[in-house]
Design a protein around this ligand. Structure first.
Ligand SMILES: [Zn+2]
Length: 268
């Protein structure tokens, strides 16, 4: 009887702490409020910038900001069309280029805090390539994948305690978890990879964001072809934390026609 009660209670708690992923409507675990994650994100982002060497190349910095602005506007419009604009109402978009040719990586924290490492510019090559990476990372953010992974991390590593309790009682551990979730510690090999499902969702929505931002989504295939050549013992972070290029190129091809419906080429 008691056991049955606990099972019912557990099921009730789990259903309460689930939320729908925007666009794909998949149910995802949610133990953390977006507000809590946002304030943690703003703080951690400042920390990362403080200890990083920011690029002083004005052309590259400008190019990142330009592409970032187009993709973030597309993200806002994408959510507005779905009636979900409130999800990013408190976002403060920021795009930083970190000078580190050895790091082939990029990430977007909640709140629109983006970092791109100069190592990935070898593969993005131009603004279309940059749009592939930003589209993908911003899609992870607006689909709230970080919240889902942070919730899973709190459940598995800390027994399901609330984020505020975790921060108060185990601050360093909680910050480490946050940085693992968002890929900040990629170069140390401590990243919790996104799940296959999250990756496919981010690729699918990333293509739409690119298209809405004015970039031909089929450039994604060219970018992944270039990344594919790098597979091997020294696989770059951006590749090792993501599905195999063959697998992803197959489904990216299948999603391009959907994204093309949103394509608005830009003139300038
Ligand atoms: Zn990803």
């Amino acid at each position: 009887m008691v056991r049955k009660f606990f099972i019912t209670l557990l099921l009730a708690l789990l259903s309460l702490s689930c939320a729908e992923v925007p666009f794909t409507q998949r149910k995802a675990l949610r133990l953390v409020s977006d507000q809590q994650l946002l304030s943690m994100s703003f703080q951690e982002y400042r920390e990362v910038l403080k200890r990083s060497n920011l690029s002083k190349d004005p052309q590259k910095v400008e190019s990142l900001r330009g592409v970032g602005q187009r993709i973030s506007r597309a993200a806002e419009e994408f959510l507005r069309r779905a009636g979900l604009q409130h999800k990013i109402a408190n976002y403060k978009w920021e795009f930083s280029l970190i000078e580190d040719p050895k790091v082939v990586n990029a990430w977007c924290m909640p709140g629109g805090k983006v970092a791109v490492y100069t190592g990935i510019l070898r593969y993005t090559r131009d603004e279309k390539g940059l749009a592939v990476v930003l589209g993908h990372e911003i899609a992870h953010a607006i689909l709230e994948h970080g919240n889902e992974r942070m919730s899973q991390g709190l459940l598995i590593q800390m027994g399901g305690i609330a984020l505020s309790a975790a921060l108060a009682n185990r601050p360093q551990e909680t910050r480490n978890l946050f940085n693992q979730v968002y890929g900040v510690t990629a170069s140390l090999g401590l990243v919790l990879p996104y799940s296959r499902i999250q990756e496919e969702e981010a690729d699918r929505v990333g293509l739409i964001l690119m298209a809405m931002g004015g970039y031909d989504p089929s450039s994604a295939i060219e970018f992944w072809e270039r990344m594919k050549k790098e597979e091997g013992p020294k696989t770059p972070e951006f590749l090792s934390t993501h599905p195999l290029p063959e697998t992803r190129m197959a489904y990216i091809r299948a999603y391009i026609p959907e994204a093309m419906k949103y394509f608005r080429p830009h003139v300038n």
